[in-house]
Design a protein around this ligand. Structure first.
Ligand code: GAL
Length: 364
């Protein structure tokens, strides 16, 4: 494994010492300006989770005396590429990248590699590039399994322990997936379909629209507006007599759009899954509307990432726990995968309130 940031950091440390010993009038700010620089490129501020991700990574890096350049690209790929180019030009010592389009960064990451800058893929795998050193994420396949399991639990096909209840439905459902350019979206979908397939085959679950292929159910850029538009196409088949019993949703922004569309159509709310425990969805779960979400603790993801950056720049070896699952098409990227947690009306207080993500007041 390469430790490409080391030379630059050593040079910075020598520079720092010189500065400290020769400049008696220096302020902390001036010295801090010479600290190793980490570029953090995040996809968007349109979703709360990415705002929290950026703040957590920046805060934890700054606590370890790194300078941080945190940028958001508002889901625009050329903007993200330009931000990364600027970070490289500014002499970043490491890059942390929450990508928008997993296959669009090959050229800019080649520039990073040429400048000896290590790259960590944050939450989303960067594909088709040899220049991705590490991957920090959650067990994304498990997220998909959890989403499908909560859908089946909400419908009463599985019990709280995940065991079949014997219910054979049939239940009418619809399926949503995430953005096709985000590797995670496929992994969530595959994890979920692995659980749902036997129930679809047996006829316990029926997809009302018949749309089950990833391309048919993907939601570009994870944008709730695209989910609203698709719901407008799906809902006419559902009336008071033909109930929509459940919807597999991969992400809370989409879940809220689905619930709003059903509510606006005056139909009973289906069992809806989710992910990220965003505030609106956590409130909805607490109110017994959205059936479940998946909580991924971004504080822990920041810790894993910062540990990787620190080890890389300090000459150590980042800790990983998965060296086989994430083949990006060119190389298998060593990963640290955290455990996602299911949140329902039954446990949201323990997970989200006692865990310090939200206050009880925010969720009441
Ligand atoms: C995924 C991420 C999810 C969700 C989604 C939309 O890549 O893993 O947690 O945030 O993007 O932002």
């Amino acid at each position: 494994m390469r430790h490409r940031g080391r030379r630059r950091v050593a040079a910075t440390v020598v520079g720092l010492l010189t500065l400290v010993t020769t400049c008696t009038a220096c302020t902390a700010g001036q010295v801090a300006g010479d600290r190793p620089l980490v570029g953090v490129a995040m996809p968007t501020t349109a979703s709360e989770r990415w705002i929290a991700d950026g703040e957590n990574v920046r805060g934890q890096l700054e606590a370890l005396a790194y300078d941080v350049d945190l940028q958001y690209a508002e889901d625009d790929v050329p903007t993200q590429i330009a931000q990364l180019e600027q970070m490289i030009a500014d002499g970043a010592d490491a890059l942390v990248v929450g990508s928008i389009d997993g296959v669009a960064l090959k050229d800019v990451l080649a520039q990073a590699a040429a400048a000896d800058i290590p790259v960590i893929a944050y939450d989303r795998l960067i594909r088709e590039s040899p220049d991705v050193d590490y991957y920090a994420s959650f067990d994304n396949a498990r997220v998909g399994v959890q989403q499908a399991t909560t859908l089946l639990q909400g419908l009463g096909v599985l019990d709280a322990a995940g065991e079949p209840t014997g219910s054979t439905g049939p239940f009418t459902i619809e399926l949503f997936a995430g953005s096709a350019d985000d590797n995670n979206a496929t992994v969530f979908y595959q994890g979920a379909m692995q659980v749902l397939a036997p129930y679809l085959d047996a006829g316990t679950l029926v997809v009302g629209s018949g749309q089950t292929g990833f391309d048919q159910i993907a939601t570009e850029r994870w944008d709730p507006k695209n989910a609203t538009a698709r719901m407008a196409e799906l809902l006419p088949r559902y009336t008071a007599g033909t109930r929509l019993d459940g919807v597999l949703s991969p992400y809370d922004g989409i879940s809220i759009a689905i619930l709003d569309a059903v509510r606006a159509a005056g139909l009973p709310l289906p069992v809806v899954t989710g992910q990220d425990a965003e505030l609106a969805s956590a409130q909805s779960v607490a109110a017994g509307e959205q059936y479940a979400t998946i909580f991924k603790d971004t504080r822990q993801l920041a810790e894993v990432t910062v540990q990787m950056v620190h080890a890389l720049l300090d000459g150590g070896a980042p800790e990983v726990n998965d060296t086989t699952s994430y083949d990006n098409g060119v190389t298998v990227v060593p990963a640290y995968l955290l455990a996602p947690q299911v949140v329902t009306e039954q446990n949201y207080e323990a997970v989200l309130v006692d865990g310090g993500t939200y206050t009880a007041q925010e969720l009441s």
